[in-house]
Ligand binder design. Structure first.
Ligand code: BGC
Length: 743
């Protein structure tokens, strides 16, 4: 994998083949026929999504009355099939229901949270994880998941950064497309395929202050350059549905935003999938101050082309009246219903409405192996002084396992695991290490959960450390501290975890920190005290075996950060693709070294914080290995790229250590002078390549002018002639640039 366009070309090919299997017109003709038979009430019912209350009389009644175009949150396959039977057999037209669920990073077998999946920089692993999730979820009758979340996320305070693929537009697009493919396969009608949902359209990750649901101000140029591309890529990859975001952009909530939903999604991108609101996001337009009441909200959402109302009951309560009053046209209703029916035809629900019963669909061996591989590749080695890792216990000795995340199945699952929140089948690091032959493990948790402040626990852990040969301390965040509505203004380790680390470090024993969290944390001081630091975003069912493999050297870390780590929370939002400013950081002076009474400009006047400087703790793309790599100078096929032409970039990577290992080479460019200031670097491609010890491998990328394009004042996107810098490097801050011209 190199370029998004190439990637899309493959995906589109597969999806075109799939849609070619049945001529498109045949489906449209069926939709027309059905629409012509439907009453207005039946149409509005298709636009309604309700949350399941099982086989309650109320639920059955709503289905029988044709009020349930879709049901979410039902995962009992017998209930699904019975509700479906009522829809198919007891409603006038027998239109099947599409059952939906938030299957975000696994259904029963849980993969790393999406942020951790992005840290693998391996779309094949991400696609395989989504395939497992779809296979398991479809066994419960779920044929539609609300994933991938492809909100570019640049603020670690925002709890939902956990659900994202991080801060970069390109990486988010690549991972989003991989996820869509894994869920949908190339045949959405396959009973194990699940419709994907690109969410949240749009700008949700830009919430002011990193506080969930907060307002955003996003210039259209920035929407087009940064926030739209992952969604456009998902649309082009055939993602079956989209979801509105909760936020307003420049004062207009997404569920009432015709610019987003009509002008861009439908007209510009030609999207023919289905657009669902977020949970009660239509009703939320009232507290937003955008709608007077639920009727007004229904009117604005329907006129902004939101096809399905999730849980607000705005459409079923008011659309009929709004049509009668001429405030919403029947044509708008027909368009919405057409999109809903198209989804159901694509899923094959008219032919196969019921979920077939499957034996033992969960936790299959290959699913667990996929989860283990994803967890291994998601771990990022941040520090490894004196090659502390991998731990060498060949000659005996004992290992103290400590910290509140060492044995917490529930917490290693991370956020959004509705169907396995308790950590069923999870193997914790403690369990995995205890299974290692010949390894003597002593366990003393110190703290029992991440917010615990027990001093007695710390004292016990320190006593145990004194008689151990090495210490591995598993710290981080409980699952409940990230995800929707879980924002933090302080990004440090919660509770007394820092004190635990300080006390352990004071014993002088080799100290390895394993941080398991839902977001970047400000762990600079703790990392300094430790000999080695391995960071793993909550990695799911197989986090334990993956970490044991990494700690003991059966696997080599290959993850890279998909998001910048700040030194202090006050640096947020912080991301590598920032603009240079007119006064980039120079002569950074720390607050403590300013002499008392220093005159106004004596500490300079450039862009940095007196207490945090400007540099991050760890940059985007960063991640060490148990070996070392040397990058050659990038070789360009020419020093000029012409309109319509291509530029080939080749770079040699040599493994100068003694372990075979994967390295992710990252291609960045910078447009030096442009009519709109451009970021100091932008990721344009990457390749994860196995380089055997002592050997050299060459990575190659192809650049076209489209790769250098940005949005202009007239909202057109194209590249401007001029000089560019290009890097092929191990992260977003290293490497020496080479120049080329675009003419
Ligand atoms: C979230 C969505 C989710 C939906 C359904 C909302 O609160 O924002 O991401 O898909 O709930 O559960």
């Amino acid at each position: 994998m190199k370029h998004l366009k190439e990637l899309l070309a493959v995906g589109m090919g597969a999806l075109l083949l799939a849609s070619c299997a049945k001529p498109k017109d045949a489906t449209e003709a069926k939709i027309d026929r059905l629409l012509s038979q439907m009453t207005l009430e039946e149409k509005i019912g298709q636009m309604n999504q309700i949350s399941s209350t099982g086989l309650s009389d109320d639920m059955k009644g709503q289905v029988r009355a044709g009020l349930a175009g879709s049901i979410l949150n039902e995962v009992d396959v017998d209930v699904v099939n019975e509700l479906q039977r009522i829809a198919v057999e007891e409603t006038r037209l027998g239109i099947p229901i599409v059952f939906a669920r938030d299957v975000i990073h696994g259904f029963k077998t849980i993969m790393p949270i999406p942020l951790g999946q992005a840290a693998t920089w391996n779309p094949a692993v991400v696609e395989a994880g989504a395939r497992v999730a779809a296979d398991e979820a479809s066994a419960a009758g779920v044929r539609w998941t609300f994933s991938p979340m492809i909100d570019v996320s640049r603020d670690p305070r925002w709890g939902r950064i956990a659900e994202s693929y991080g801060e970069d537009t390109y990486l988010s697009a690549v991972m989003g497309v991989a996820t869509v493919r894994g869920y949908q396969t190339d045949n959405l009608a396959d009973p194990t395929a699940v419709a994907a949902c690109a969410k949240h359209f749009c700008g949700y990750g830009v919430a002011e202050g990193g506080r969930d649901y907060n307002t955003t101000w996003i210039p259209e140029i920035q929407l087009r350059d940064v926030y739209f591309p992952p969604f456009q890529a998902a649309a082009e990859a055939g993602c079956a549905t989209f979801m509105c975001s909760f936020n307003d952009i420049d004062g207009v909530p997404s569920s009432g935003n015709s610019f987003l939903n009509v002008d861009v999604l439908r007209r510009e991108w030609g999207y023919d999938g289905m657009l669902v609101s977020d949970w009660e996001s239509i009703a939320n337009m009232i507290p937003h101050g955008y709608c007077a009441d639920l009727k007004d909200a229904a009117c604005k959402a329907a006129n902004a082309a939101v096809d399905m109302d999730m849980a607000s009951y705005a459409y079923v309560s008011h659309l009929k009246e709004l049509v009668a009053e001429g405030q919403v046209s029947e044509r708008a209703i027909d368009e919405a219903v057409r999109n809903v029916l198209r989804l159901k035809f694509r899923l094959g629900l008219f032919d196969n409405p019921y979920a077939p019963k499957r034996d033992n669909p969960y936790y299959k061996e290959e699913a667990l192996q996929t989860a283990r591989q994803a967890a291994v590749e998601s771990a990022v080695l941040l520090k490894n002084e004196g090659n502390t890792l991998p731990l060498d216990f060949n000659r005996g000795g004992s290992l103290l396992v400590t910290g509140p995340l060492a044995d917490s199945p529930r917490d290693q699952m991370g956020t959004w695991c509705f169907d396995n929140a308790g950590g069923d089948h999870a193997v914790t690091p403690l369990q995995a290490l205890r299974q290692v032959d010949g390894l003597r493990v002593v366990y003393e948790p110190g703290l029992t959960y991440s917010r615990d402040r027990s001093q007695a626990g710390i004292r016990r852990a320190v006593r145990a450390a004194r008689s151990a040969d090495a210490v591995v301390c598993f710290v981080g965040e409980e699952a409940i501290l990230s995800g929707e509505g879980k924002c933090r203004a302080d990004l440090s380790l919660p509770g007394a975890q820092s004190e635990l680390i300080e006390a352990l470090a004071a014993t002088g024993k080799p100290l390895v920190l394993v941080v398991m969290a839902g977001r970047p944390l400000t762990i600079g001081a703790e990392a300094q005290l430790a000999d080695a630091v391995l960071f793993q975003f909550h990695a799911g069912t197989m986090a334990g075996p993956a970490l044991a493999d990494l700690l003991l050297g059966a696997a080599v870390p290959s993850g890279k950060l998909p998001v910048t780590f700040p030194t202090m929370a006050g640096q947020a939002p912080i991301y590598y693709a920032h603009k240079n400013t007119g006064r980039p950081p120079m002569g950074v002076t720390h607050i403590d070294s300013i002499p008392v009474g220093a005159p106004q400009f004596s500490v300079g006047a450039s862009s940095y914080y007196l207490d945090a400087g400007a540099a991050p703790l760890f940059p985007f793309g960063y991640g060490l290995s148990y070996t070392t790599f040397e990058y050659g100078k990038p070789r360009l096929s020419s020093d000029r790229l012409t309109e319509g032409g291509t530029l080939t970039v080749a770079c040699d990577i040599t493994n100068t250590g003694s372990r075979d290992a994967y390295e992710t080479a990252q291609l960045y460019t910078r447009d030096l002078v442009a009519s709109h200031c451009q970021p100091v670097r932008l990721l344009r491609g990457f390749e994860k390549v196995l380089v055997p010890a002592g050997e050299t491998r060459t990575v190659t990328f192809t650049l076209t002018p489209d790769d250098l394009a940005f949005c202009h004042a007239d909202m057109r996107t194209y590249a401007e002639p001029g000089e560019f810098h290009l890097w092929v490097s191990t992260d977003s801050q290293s490497g020496t640039p080479v120049s080329f011209e675009y003419e």
